[in-house]
Design a protein around this ligand. Structure first.
Ligand code: NAP
Ligand code: GLV
Length: 319
């Protein structure tokens, strides 16, 4: 008879039914003890899989070997850790989702935006509402350069797909990258040439102290007149008042926004009143249970074998 203790996994995504998640983990890790966190649960756990957990889920939890963030962005959990710094020792790695089915969703969202704006379907929709028959100028991908901020798991996949589809694509990251068919730029000094004359700006940066508030007047001005904005990263990147001003001046012709500083977007937020802003409720890339569980379980198995895994968050850098 084996005397080995079963592995213990703790799960916490407040506001979501944990049942299908627990089942998916049990199916993928037979023999492991899987439980959903409930207030007062302080029992040891080997691993935790969480999204926006309260501090009590992690604080003082003995036995923790790693915490898995059930999303690509770690700003919510890092914000919590900055308010409650003793919650998770540095020795316990925080590991985020890497793609796990999100890149394909981002590609769909951005391809839709690129076609919608390049072919002016947004304008034709407004004309349809006004019973107006006006033919706009023809558009070619070659005249519609797209600038993608962030060349990580999601930004690299989006850039490369857009480039293969025929758009001139530039990408911007912190450190230098090479992506076939994409003109790449790195670092703050390269931001202005990266932006210059772009017809569509796509944001796929993480929310960090360096990137919050970046999408304001200074970033909009170098773009082409009547450029388009697609923000699918975080609302904290955008200076809302600068975006509204840029839209009213025609500097930005229209925007597709999936993320907001406050979510749900408050009913009295001026974005709701601006017809040139398309609003989606943080759905551009959703966490897919099957893919997420498979990735996390693969990493748990690797950690148990003593191997290194990718996706470990640098808590100082913020992503
Ligand atoms: P990632 O792999 O960590 O990539 C981040 C990219 O941003 C990297 O290329 C990084 O540069 C670059 N970067 C970071 N700080 C920078 C700076 N100061 N200046 C220039 N570039 C900088 O992240 P990911 O998996 O692609 O995800 C990106 C973000 O998408 C997430 O953090 C999350 O906020 C958002 N997201 C949103 C949704 C949604 O549904 N709306 C879903 C998933 C993710 P280096 O390559 O040089 O490190
Ligand atoms: C969603 O917003 C994520 O970061 O995965």
């Amino acid at each position: 008879m084996s005397t080995e203790k079963p592995m213990n996994l703790l799960f916490c995504t407040p506001g979501e039914d944990p049942t299908p998640w627990l089942q998916a983990f049990r199916d993928a890790l037979p023999g492991a003890m899987m439980r959903a966190w409930q207030a007062g649960d302080t029992a040891p756990a080997d691993y935790a899989a969480v999204w926006r957990p309260p501090a009590e889920v992690l604080r003082g939890r003995s036995g923790l070997k790693a915490v898995f963030n059930l999303g690509a962005g770690v700003d919510p959990i890092l914000d919590m850790l900055s308010r409650e710094p003793d919650t998770l020792p540095e020795s316990v790695p925080l590991i985020r989702l890497e793609d796990a089915g999100m890149a394909a969703q981002m590609i769909e969202y951005v391809t839709y935006a690129a076609l919608r704006y390049m072919r002016r379907f947004d304008t034709y929709e407004r004309q349809r509402e006004a019973h107006q028959w006006t033919v706009l100028e023809a558009a070619r991908p070659a005249d519609f350069p797209i600038a993608v901020m962030g060349l990580g798991k999601l930004g690299a996949a989006v850039s490369s797909t857009l480039a293969k589809a025929g758009w001139p694509v530039r990408g911007w990251s912190r450190t230098a990258k090479a992506i076939e068919g994409v003109q790449t730029f790195a670092g703050d000094a390269a931001l202005a040439p990266f932006l210059a004359g772009a017809k569509m700006l796509v944001n796929l940066l993480p929310s960090t102290p360096e990137t919050r508030g970046l999408l304001g007047k200074a970033v909009f001005e170098p773009l082409a007149e009547g450029a388009f904005l697609v923000n699918i990263a975080r609302g904290a990147h955008v200076v809302d008042i600068d975006l509204l001003d840029a839209i009213r001046r025609g500097k930005i012709a229209a925007a597709m926004l999936d993320v907001f500083a406050q979510e749900p977007l408050p009913a009295d937020h001026p974005f709701w009143q601006e017809p040139k802003i398309t609003i989606t409720p943080h759905i551009s890339a959703m966490t897919l249970r099957t893919e997420a569980v498979a990735q996390i379980v693969g990493k748990i198995r690797a950690l148990e074998r003593g191997e290194k895994v990718s996706g470990v968050v640098d808590r100082i850098r913020g992503y």
